[in-house]
Design a protein around this ligand. Structure first.
Ligand SMILES: [Zn+2]
Length: 167
């Protein structure tokens, strides 16, 4: 996979870092699961039976989504068959919604397991869906402004959500 050069990520991470509680046992994904009243604010797109779908706040590309199992597990071996099935079904549904709304030319789909792999949150497994466009490694750096990114994310959020809820 070509690594997308995304200079806005560092600015974006800085803007969120001060809000992150400094507790050892804090898990962003568990916290998000337990605060459904903040779904729009946290860009949660869809809640399933065993997993939910959320937009990545530090996106590698516009429309970068994550599928997160409700249970706080860190490895494939700890997941149940039901969780696997729902994750795969949601990957398909997300790809369909992204195709309808953003017309990407392809996707990167996968999980980073463990810190060495580049996982940002290593203790709670999650699956990335990154839409890709031909030449996107070249044009993405034009988005450098945090405000522009969050406005764009909010627009994208509502577009994708509509298609996820009514596929
Ligand atoms: Zn967790």
């Amino acid at each position: 996979m070509d690594r997308l050069w995304s200079p806005w990520r560092s600015k974006y991470i800085e803007s969120f870092n001060d809000k992150k509680p400094d507790r050892e046992d804090y898990c962003l994904f568990c916290d998000t699961l337990n605060t459904p009243e903040k779904d729009e604010q946290k860009y949660v797109l869809y809640r399933g039976t065993r997993c939910y779908v959320i937009m990545n706040l530090y996106p590698y590309n516009s429309g970068h989504l994550m599928i997160v199992p409700h249970r706080h597990v860190s490895a494939f071996t700890e997941m149940t068959d039901d969780e696997y099935l729902e994750i795969m079904q949601l990957i398909r549904r997300c790809c369909e919604a992204l195709t309808k709304t953003m017309h990407p030319h392809g996707f990167n789909v996968g999980a980073n397991i463990g810190r060495v792999s580049g996982a940002g949150i290593e203790h709670h497994i999650h699956f990335h869906i990154v839409p890709r466009w031909r030449g996107d490694t070249n044009f993405m750096p034009v988005l450098g402004d945090t405000k522009v990114i969050s406005e764009e994310m909010s627009k994208t959020y509502h577009k994708i959500k509509k298609h996820l809820i009514n596929p």
